[in-house]
Ligand binder design. Structure first.
Ligand SMILES: *[C@@H]1O[C@H](CO)[C@@H](O)[C@H](O)[C@H]1NC(C)=O
Length: 263
């Protein structure tokens, strides 16, 4: 009798152990299932935010009449949106030189009271539809940056890269110039993807100390430019060639210079 009950107890325990094991497997499968679902959800969410950012960006680009197409801003710029007579006579506001710089400054300050009203009225009109339109586009530009930031935080690498480029080369006056944000986005993008374009721009930041974002560091510049050049970036190859030719950041070496310049 006692043997029988012992045996029954043992088999009950065995059953219990098997059941527990099965349950815990099931629970594990369940949690990894939800984890997968969460990954899929955030990927979809990131892609949605990125897509919305791009379409809002092209809306802002299309409605900011002032800016001629700027090839340095990359592929997300729609080509050939309308320019006014005003911009046909003056240099591109995104361009270089004292007049373009002065225009950028006036454009930023045009709502200040000490700017003569005929200047601010003129610029306001030139921007299309006056202040209301201006504010709408300003709001949309902020939305673009928010969406890109959101998508980038969810791991969307193209969004991270777009954020970096827009901050470094604002496609129109509604976007703020933010080289610091750009540098940090490029660092993450380069670290995550090994992208040669990001590495080349990081090389540029370190070789020039551009906008005092990072101190001039030719060794770091050399490192990023070398990676970028090996990754096939034309600008980085040219710049390495020049560096070996003139001995910036490296020992002067004519043959290496030629090799990179003719790569
Ligand atoms: C770097 O990444 C961006 C965004 O994904 C892409 O457009 C660009 O072509 C890449 N650059 C290189 C050199 O692969």
């Amino acid at each position: 009798m006692t043997r029988k009950s012992k045996a029954r107890k043992a088999s009950l325990i065995a059953f219990g152990v098997v059941a527990l094991a099965a349950l815990s497997c099931y629970a594990e499968a369940e949690t990894s299932g939800t984890a997968d679902a969460a990954v899929v959800d955030s990927t979809t969410e990131a892609a949605r935010a990125y897509k919305q950012a791009l379409s809002t960006l092209s809306y802002v680009n299309a409605h900011s009449r002032h800016v001629a197409s700027d090839t340095s801003a990359g592929s997300y710029m729609p080509q050939g949106y309308p320019t006014s007579i005003f911009s046909a006579f003056l240099p591109n506001i995104q361009g270089q030189g004292p007049i373009a710089s002065a225009m950028r400054i006036v454009m930023k300050l045009r709502h200040q009271s000490w700017i003569p009203s005929f200047v601010s009225d003129y610029l306001g009109k030139e921007l299309g539809g006056g202040r209301k339109k201006d504010e709408e586009l300003q709001g949309k530009a902020i939305k673009v940056l928010d969406l890109l930031q959101h998508a980038a935080e969810l791991g969307h690498q193209d969004a991270l890269y777009a954020l970096a480029k827009i901050s470094l080369f604002p496609p129109n006056p509604y976007f703020p110039f933010d080289p610091r944000l750009s540098y940090h986005a490029l660092s993450s993008h380069a670290a995550n993807t090994g992208n040669a374009s990001s590495q080349a721009l990081l090389g540029f930041f370190h070789s020039t100390g551009y906008q005092h974002v990072v101190p001039v560091d030719q060794a770091k510049a050399q490192l990023y430019l070398t990676f970028a050049a090996h990754g096939g970036h034309k600008g980085a190859q040219m710049s390495l060639g020049y560096r070996y030719w003139s001995g910036i950041g490296v020992a002067e070496n004519c043959m290496t210079a030629l090799a990179w310049l003719m790569y």
